[in-house]
Design a protein around this ligand. Sequence first.
Ligand SMILES: NC(=O)c1ccc[n+]([C@@H]2O[C@H](COP(=O)([O-])OP(=O)(O)OC[C@H]3O[C@@H](n4cnc5c(N)ncnc54)[C@H](O)[C@@H]3O)[C@@H](O)[C@H]2O)c1
Ligand SMILES: O=c1ccn([C@@H]2O[C@H](COP(=O)(O)OP(=O)(O)O[C@H]3O[C@H](CO)[C@@H](O)[C@H](O)[C@H]3O)[C@@H](O)[C@H]2O)c(=O)[nH]1
Length: 330
Amino acid sequence: MAVLVTGGAGYIGSHMVLALIDAGHDDVVVIDDLSTGFDWALPPEVTLVVGDVADQELVAKTIREHEIEALAHFAARIVVPDSVTDPLHYYLANTVKTRALIETAVQEGVKHVIFSSTAAVYGEPETVPVPENLATNPINPYGRSKLMSEWMIADAAKAHGFSYVILRYFNVAGADPRGRSGQSTPNATHLIKVATQAALGQRTHLDVYGTDYPTPDGSCLRDYIQVSDLAEAHLVALNHLRGGGDSLTLNCGYGRGYSVLEVIEVVKRVSGKDFEVRLSPRRAGDPAQIVAGADRIRNELGWVPKHDDLDGIVRQALDWEDALVKRNRV
Ligand SMILES: NC(=O)c1ccc[n+]([C@@H]2O[C@H](COP(=O)([O-])OP(=O)(O)OC[C@H]3O[C@@H](n4cnc5c(N)ncnc54)[C@H](O)[C@@H]3O)[C@@H](O)[C@H]2O)c1
Ligand SMILES: O=c1ccn([C@@H]2O[C@H](COP(=O)(O)OP(=O)(O)O[C@H]3O[C@H](CO)[C@@H](O)[C@H](O)[C@H]3O)[C@@H](O)[C@H]2O)c(=O)[nH]1
């Protein structure tokens, strides 16, 4: 009952691989082009196929050779402002390549698909938290590229008989509590990563992108979910599908929002380090606030998060950043 993890050498995918192995799966195969991922992020017992998810010959061969039953599709481009400046690249990487991958999966008889979607499909909701049945209305090409993939997967599942869980992640942060993986992209743009780098002196300062949003302190509000909790959500989704469960679309978040300024305050407190914070103009493509309606995944799949604590998430991110520095991987 092998699982193929696309993008498994990346931040979230590598935590999924660890979760599968911790749960006793000895048949995990990763396909990754290593464009933003790292082969060293993977445990040695995992098979890594270096290549593109849209290489249909390679993917078909991999599925056949390893008798892949389920596909967890993480590989993508993920930076919201980059999607605004280079939308065609995002539609190619996230939508066109997902189409090719799903076509191969259908041709090769893959039974289950878990897809990494995003809170960005909701766009700029008028109220938070947002339940899954809120109308989708993405405001940036990244969100649209993912929403189109959601639609393709749902349509193809209906036509060709596989089952799926679409997981809409909110803002993913933190690191493996055992220190085996974390966010390793050197020039990552994610707030908690950037703030921990500022705290450790790897960046001169931190920009706050926008302080005039209609939020309590004027900075954007996000729902930060710890990465191993998110990986665990994939495991319960996989078990659900293997047990014959229906296809589902589920938010992955804790249901509580923190502002950019609040996150910075937590990073300074937990690290014990002060750093320069510049109040800067808004960044392209950012919604003011996005918080998960977080009940459905708990009710439908029995998912129970273990790391719902921003201080702990920041501590993990700091420890991982520190480990990267010590291993000369920054
Ligand atoms: N990080 C977040 O906060 C967040 C939030 C919502 C959704 N997501 C989604 O989660 C998924 C994983 O994100 P991440 O943060 O781990 O990013 P990441 O960049 O660390 O991981 C992506 C991985 O996919 C690989 N990859 C990219 N394009 C590929 C291709 N065409 N063929 C093969 N491999 C390819 C990269 O080398 C990398 O290892 C993405 O689909 C992203 O859209 C992330
Ligand atoms: O140096 C920084 C970095 C970020 N921010 C702000 O912090 C918030 C969060 O930004 P970031 O961490 O870059 O995440 P998002 O742009 O919210 O996007 C993340 O979260 C989305 C789900 O909500 C995912 O779909 C994306 O893949 C993922 O990058 C935003 O308001 C940013 O403007 C800053 O003010 N300064």
